[in-house]
Each structure stands twice: as structure tokens, then as C-alpha cells.
Design a protein. Sequence first.
Length: 186
Amino acid sequence: MFAVIKTGGKQYVVKEGDVLRVEKLEVEDGSKILFDQVLLVDDGSLSSIGEPVLSDAAVQAAVIKTLKDKKVLVFKKKRRKQFRRTRGHRQILTEVKIEKIYTDKASIPPEAMVPVAKAAPAEAKPAAPKGRAAARTGKKPVPEPAAKPAAKPAAKPKAAKPKAAKPAAKPKAASAKPKAAPKKAK
């Protein structure tokens, strides 16, 4: 028996006992989750295909751990422009083990009814400066104020000032030097 599930914008073909790495899920290690977006279930003799998902199928899984994937180097270059940038990225993944494929939601035990979308997220931590900013400032994150201060009263509108008239342009004075007479051609 196998199923096709959708999580993290991707589709996975899974069987009972499979271990797979999916996009990060906001759940604690060791907890059980339920993938309720099942696109297809096949038990060998009968296939059920969803339009787009099966309403009464689900896949139960146990979270093994949350980890980082291998580093991917992103290199950009523009020739003849002295421009090169190298950046690294490590995607955060959640490793899960598929425990059971259910074809009928009535057969799912109540303790397993925690869908992925509604799983309890880990406690939120205040945002701290990251990387170089943290090293440069050496400061701890400042907690947010409990309440916002009262808004300032609206300022009085300023009266429009009349525009001053520009002085008229001065006439050019005649130059003191007499102009030289044009030379005669020979």
C-alpha cells in the first residue's frame, strides 16, 4: 500500500515505514502528526484518486528530528564588471517516519488526530540580531513595549504666506571699452 501526500508545496510517494525529509514543520521532535492532504491511495487492487485531495484519507507520521540540509553555494558573476558574490544556504528540514496510512478517517484513533497545519508550534523566541549585526553591536534584543504611547495631538495648520514679488531684472550697463573695429581683408 502506498499514498501520495502533499506538504511544504511538494508531493511525496510514501509507504508505511518510510523515512523522508520534508520542509520544516513547526512541531517538536518525537511528536506524532497527521498529513491530511492525501492525493492518492493505492492498496494494490484498488486506487483512490482525489479531486484534488481525498476527504477521508490521512497518513500518520512521527517526527524524528529537525535538521539542516547540506550547504548549497550560490555564486553570481557579471563578466568584465568586477562583480562576484558567493552566498551559502542551508535549508531547514524535518525528518519524519511514516507509521500508518488510513483510508477512512473513522478508523483513526483520537490521539492521532493532530493535523500538520494545526500542530502546536514551538514557543516563539524574541528576534535577536543575527550574524554580523549581533557581533558588531554586542547587544541583547530589546523586548517590545507592552503598550504603544498615546498619539500626539494634530498640529495646527500653518497660514499660507503670500509670495513676495520678484524684483525686475536690471538693464545691462554699456561697457566702458569701445569695441574694436573689424579687420579689413587684404
